[in-house]
Structures are given as C-alpha cells and as structure tokens.
Design a protein. Sequence first.
Length: 74
Amino acid sequence: MAYAERIRFAALPNIYENEELLPELFGVVETGEITRKLAGLLAGGELEAVKKRLSRFRHRLNPVDAIVGEVWGS
C-alpha cells in the first residue's frame, strides 16, 4: 500500500493530464464501493462529462492498422 500512497493517479488518462478525468478507486475495493461510485456518476449525469473529457484520447487511426503499419512499415 505504500506505493499506492505515493502515486496520485493510476489510470493513464489521469496520469497524462495530471487530473482526474476518469474516476479512480484505490486500495481494497469492494463491490458496494464500485456500485456507489457508479450510481453517483449515473445520478449526477457525470458520465457524459467523463465521456467528453476522455474524447481527447480517441485514436485517429484504427489500432490494428497502426500496429500493422509499424510491423510492415506501411
């Protein structure tokens, strides 16, 4: 747990932006905690805001095409 206390974020979008774009749960996470977090996101209309914040991470290129391009140099 000492390592978890030293990091601010675990989700890559949050790390890249150094802010919580995507909600995170740390430590021993129980089902009830996940359910409460999701219920809060749904009730508050927060999912659309999360979707909008994450939209800047969309791939412009199909990931399969990108990998094939890297492998075959095309």
